[in-house]
Design a protein around this ligand. Structure first.
Ligand code: COA
Length: 326
């Protein structure tokens, strides 16, 4: 047996904030934002909506599509850098609300690489025989850690959540290779902190999301194709074997640069950042959910997920898609 994703769901908050709407906070234009990032709209959680609220709704959406899916879940993980609280974990809050009581639950924080890092961990726990069926959620309320007066960051991010179930699937389906990468030397390039003030490039401690956009851009352009090629090589495959790339949705120019380097046509790349912006650890499961709902990704397709972000961190997961949807 292999290990694969057998159910997917997603949720986006109702409030839409367009590029034009951002003009109330700072001087910018739709044309500037679209040409630099590809983003047109983003969703923003309500004042009393938190990452757990979005995660719960993503799990409920998964249940609408796969009503029996939560039976036998023995671990809940939530990938988030915007947890409701330091503790209890957002995973525990979600688990309780969706009826998974007495099931272990914890959060995993790897910024925008959170979901693909989470898949690495969940896959290893199942492969080791320690757990059998894992609910893995990516849920973020980036709007709560943005400086809404910083036009270099506030334009990029949005809120949302996605949820998947990972478990044993028949061969030849399931995960074929995984990559986990990190470079702590780049930690000060992208951060949001409220406890420490010791990052070398900081002048004072800004608790809000702060980045060196150009350096992060260069890192991403380099990392997405490298991680994808590494995962393909580990599986003994080439780009020609790939049906879909589902990259973290940060910036259309980053995705286009990866497509160019990998020589991947746009039909093989899943992009939805124009509507949601960068939803951090939620972006890959949301994109997956949409690609499945529209019938783009089908059983047997070879799908590559690549996440990257603060840390610096990056990870890739290559799989032959198994679709259990009845
Ligand atoms: N609207 C209008 N003008 C803006 C603006 C905005 N929202 N943001 C920045 N500008 C201005 C700058 O002030 C600068 O003006 P100046 O030349 O007079 O100083 C000019 O536009 C160019 O700024 P620059 O920062 O060089 O733009 P850029 O082409 O590098 O684009 C980003 C900025 C943030 C869009 C780009 O660097 C990026 O996307 N980086 C990656 C960020 C990312 O994806 N982070 C998350 C990764 S998980």
């Amino acid at each position: 047996m292999g290990i694969g994703i057998t159910a997917v769901g997603a949720y986006l908050p109702e409030k839409i904030v367009s590029n034009a709407d951002l003009g109330q906070f700072f001087e910018t234009s739709d044309e500037w934002i679209v040409s630099r990032t590809g983003i047109r709209n983003r969703r923003v959680a309500g004042e009393h909506e938190y990452s757990s609220s979005l995660g719960i709704k993503a799990v409920q959406n998964l249940l609408e599509r796969y009503p029996e899916a939560l039976g036998g879940i023995d671990l809940v993980m939530c990938c988030t850098s915007t947890p409701d609280a330091r503790f209890p974990s957002t995973a525990a809050l979600i688990a309780q609300e969706v009826g998974l009581v007495k099931v272990p639950a914890f959060d995993l924080a790897a910024a925008c690489a959170g979901f693909s890092h989470g898949l690495n961990v969940a896959n290893a726990l199942i492969a080791a025989g320690q757990h059998h069926k894992i609910l893995l959620i990516g849920a973020e309320t980036m709007s709560k850690i943005l400086d809404w007066h910083d036009r270099t960051t506030a334009i990029l991010f949005g809120d949302g959540a996605g949820a998947v179930i990972l478990e044993r699937v028949p061969k030849p389906y399931g995960i074929e290779s995984l990559v986990l990468g990190g470079d702590g030397a780049g930690g000060s390039l992208l951060y949001a902190m409220d406890l420490a003030d010791r990052l070398p490039t900081l002048e004072g401690c800004n608790p809000k999301l702060t980045q060196n956009g150009r350096e992060v851009f260069k890192f991403a352009v380099r990392t997405v194709p490298e991680a994808a090629l590494q995962a393909l090589e580990k599986a003994g495959l080439t780009v020609a074997d790939l049906d879909f790339l589902v990259p973290h949705q940060a910036n259309i120019r980053i995705i286009e640069a990866a497509m160019e380097r990998l020589k991947l046509p746009s039909e093989k790349v899943v992009v939805n950042l124009d509507q949601y912006g960068n939803t951090s650890a939620a972006s890959i499961p949301i994109a997956l959910s949409e690609a499945l709902e529209t019938g783009r990704i089908q059983t047997g397709n070879r799908v590559m997920l690549v996440g990257f972000g603060g840390g610096l961190s990056w990870s890739a997961v290559l799989m032959k898609w198994y679709n259990s949807e009845k």
